[in-house]
Design a protein around this ligand. Structure first.
Ligand code: ATP
Ligand code: MG
Length: 353
């Protein structure tokens, strides 16, 4: 009797178990079908991302058959670039150059910006220049070379100045043969007497910036913490990736926090930036400091104006970090190059990947 009474009980139990199992299975299947459908549907409106690269640059890259100059490996070429304006490119180019010079490195700063802020910020009267970077880019190398325009600024620091004429360069470079490689050629023909060549880029992604990005081994991307800046980094990295994929040269990316203010919001955002870009983010942060604003108007780097100010200390620390990264080829530096492919900026959905 007890067996009979247990029989239906067991069956009910096993039936319940079966029902539970089937219910779970159904849930899993439904979830996976929905996931699959979602992927298919979302794929319909995902189109390959339109990169912010002007068409002439793309056609020059694919059509150019002329052999590229052999890169001199005995000095590092660093472009300071970000398409976003006012994020501290020129301030970084000037003060990092001066701080590297203080560390007894021979430095050449090339001004590639028609606004010529790097030249003016180092006290050069750009209205009185007889030749400038414009002539180097467009004249025969026998006529004007980089060596011819070099202006000594401080011990160990020279400048290749620019003036307003450079604003006509974008269009001319777009039409010129190999317009994207002009700066790289000029640097490769220069006498080898520097440890570092820094290039101050204009805002935007035009031919002047492309020339710098083609010529350099390293790029420093200054970012201020705000939504537009962080978005700009994603676009910038995509453009660099596209440029470099054509020429297959190595490029190290360094992200630098500039105009940084110590707030809890910024600390959170900086953490996010680090989580996305990891070793590409430089440890040194350049704080917002009034001295850096004042010094530009006086035509000198902060290291000359106020040795112990926050700005001066930040840039000296940055110079030491750059030296460590580049000259000692630290593990983080090597990792940065390995991680370069497939970069996405924080909070940004990149379509078509
Ligand atoms: N750390 C800082 N602290 C205070 N002011 C700063 C700092 N960095 C830059 N500035 C100021 O911010 C303004 C923009 O800086 P800067 O000219 O270096 O930017 P930029 O990226 O070169 O601009 P552009 O895109 O126009 O070339 C300048 O007035 C500069 O003096
Ligand atoms: Mg500038």
């Amino acid at each position: 009797m007890s067996l009979d009474s247990q029989g239906p009980g067991r069956r009910i139990l096993s039936h319940r178990f079966e029902m539970k199992f089937l219910k779970k299975l159904k849930q899993i299947l439904t979830f996976n079908i929905i996931k699959w459908l979602w992927r298919k549907i979302s794929g319909l409106w995902k189109r390959p991302r339109v990169l912010p690269v002007i068409p002439e640059a793309q056609s020059q890259l694919s059509e150019s058959k002329e052999p590229l100059p052999v890169k001199q490996k005995d000095f590092s070429i660093i472009a300071v670039a970000n398409q976003k304006g006012g994020c501290g490119k020129t301030t970084t180019a000037i003060n990092l150059s001066a701080s590297l010079a203080m560390e007894k490195r021979k430095v050449l700063l090339i001004d590639m910006d028609p606004q010529n802020h790097a030249s003016a910020g180092l006290g050069v009267n750009t209205n009185k220049l007889t030749s400038s970077i414009y002539d180097v880019l467009f004249k025969d190398s026998d006529e004007v070379s980089l060596d011819d325009i070099i202006t000594p600024i401080l011990p160990n620091l020279d400048l290749a100045p620019a003036n307003i004429i450079l604003c006509t360069a974008e269009q001319t470079l777009a039409k010129a043969d190999n317009g994207i490689y002009r700066l790289e050629r000029a640097i490769s023909r220069m006498r080898k007497r520097y440890d570092y060549v820094l290039i101050d880029c204009p805002p935007g992604m035009g031919f002047l910036t492309f020339n710098a990005l083609e010529a350099c081994d390293e790029v420093i991307i200054p970012i201020e913490i705000d939504f537009f800046s962080l978005r700009g980094v994603g676009i910038m990295l995509d453009a660099i990736k596209l440029l470099r994929e054509q020429t297959r040269k190595e490029l190290y990316v360094n992200i630098l926090h500039t105009l940084y203010e110590e707030t809890s919001f910024n600390a959170e955002m900086a953490k996010d930036v680090y989580l996305h870009f990891r070793y590409r983010v430089l440890e040194t942060k350049i704080h917002r400091s009034p001295g850096l604003k004042e010094t530009a108007s006086l035509g000198m780097p902060i290291t000359e104006y106020s040795q112990n100010s926050t700005g001066s200390e930040d840039y000296k620390r940055l110079a030491r970090e750059i030296i460590k990264r580049i000259e000692r080829k630290t593990e983080s530096h090597i990792d940065a190059s390995r991680l370069f492919r497939g970069l996405v900026a924080p909070g940004i959905e990149v379509e078509g990947r």
